[in-house]
Design a protein around this ligand. Structure first.
Ligand code: NDP
Length: 318
């Protein structure tokens, strides 16, 4: 049995792992089989993580966090959690290989998942012109006409990045002003390859084997039209990844895991949560890292107050 299992390997999970490992609690980090490193693996330049004045590529930052955690004794497992049993003193975490791990404390840092438009052909055309990841798929759209949906920082970042490949990038946004930060807006406004399509929602994704066009509706006038496109990148935000803990942990009305005040304590004793899965508002790599720190410290305090016999059982078996 472990003292601490950390589920998730974004900035929250790895930062929690660094702290827990430095407290000599040898955490197991279950990092996912395909998405280890979290959302930043799909990002290019990260310019706002303190300590990197020149910026750092998202995957490089995550690799460094992982190495830092491993240096202090964290074990990283590239597998997916399939089920959790969180009640009771001993928590059970089962992964894709079928193996079940036990721990006295669990830190839940599963982040968030890309939001979908909810259109009928979205899944069918995913990977065939419809994408959620410019850094992964941008290369396939050399000299093409594409669009990005959304008005936040992600949409601006993706649109700007995609102008490296595409001839033309539309940004389709349902309002007439952006939610994105000023600096990201300016970059997009000043890019001659980007054209904004304001007050417009995507109503249909058309195409047989690949996306050929999208249906649009003007959110003010109700007018409809078709826009020919080779690709559509959806950047409309994320939803907290809570499917593993439905019916086990209390959730907020926003769908995030509920924690007590500024702590990471969830509704179940010995279970702590950190990062985007508890944060509907700030959702930055830096805030997630800070949140991972809080979870690690809370878990340490929790373990130090447990009966010695229980802690000894975690130390004596694997
Ligand atoms: P946001 O929630 O900030 O923005 C989502 C955008 O998508 C909004 O403009 C929203 O419209 C629109 N939207 C939401 N749902 C739909 C829908 N169903 N149909 C059409 N449009 C929709 O998400 P982001 O992913 O952009 O950013 C998340 C967080 O990550 C933010 O805190 C952001 O600052 C941060 N971030 C920072 C980056 C950086 O600094 N380099 C890069 C990327 C993200 P509306 O405005 O009408 O609500």
């Amino acid at each position: 049995m472990r003292q601490v299992i950390i589920i998730g390997s974004g900035p929250a999970g790895y930062t929690a792992a660094i702290y827990v490992a430095r407290a000599n609690l040898s955490p197991l980090v279950i990092a996912s089989s395909v998405e280890a490193g979290g959302e930043l693996m799909n990002t290019t330049d990260v310019e706002n993580f303190p300590g990197f004045p020149e910026g750092i590529m998202g995957p490089d930052l995550m690799q460094r966090m992982r190495e830092q955690a491993e240096r202090f004794g964290a074990e990283v497992l590239l597998d997916d959690v399939t089920s959790l049993e969180l009640s009771g003193d001993v928590k059970r975490v089962t992964v894709g290989s079928g193996e079940t791990f036990q721990a006295l404390a669990v830190i839940f840092a599963t982040g968030s998942a890309y939001r979908k438009l909810g259109l009928p052909d979205e899944d069918r055309l995913s990977g065939h012109g419809v994408s959620w990841c410019a850094t992964c798929d941008g290369f396939f759209f050399r000299e093409k006409t594409i669009a990005v949906v959304g008005g936040g920082d992600s949409a601006m970042e993706e649109a700007t990045f995609l102008t490296r490949f595409a001839t033309k990038v539309y940004v389709i946004h349902r309002k007439d002003s952006l939610r994105a930060s000023k600096i990201m807006q300016e970059r997009a406004f000043n890019n001659p390859k980007i054209e904004f399509v304001w007050n417009s929602s995507v109503t249909a994704l058309n195409g047989e084997s690949n996306l050929e066009s999208v249906g649009l509706i003007d959110t003010v006038t109700g007018e409809t039209r078709t826009l020919d496109l080779d690709g559509l990148f959806i950047a409309i935000g994320n939803d907290p990844r809570t499917h593993l803990v439905h019916n086990q942990l209390a959730l907020t009305s926003e769908g995030t895991v509920e924690v007590e005040g500024r702590s990471s304590r969830t509704s179940v004793t010995g279970v702590f949560a950190a990062g985007d899965v508890i944060d509907p508002t700030y959702r930055q790599a830096v805030t997630a890292a800070g949140s991972g720190t809080v979870a690690a410290l809370d878990a340490e305090h929790y373990l130090s107050a447990l009966p010695a016999s229980l802690v000894a059982s975690a130390n004596s078996s694997s």
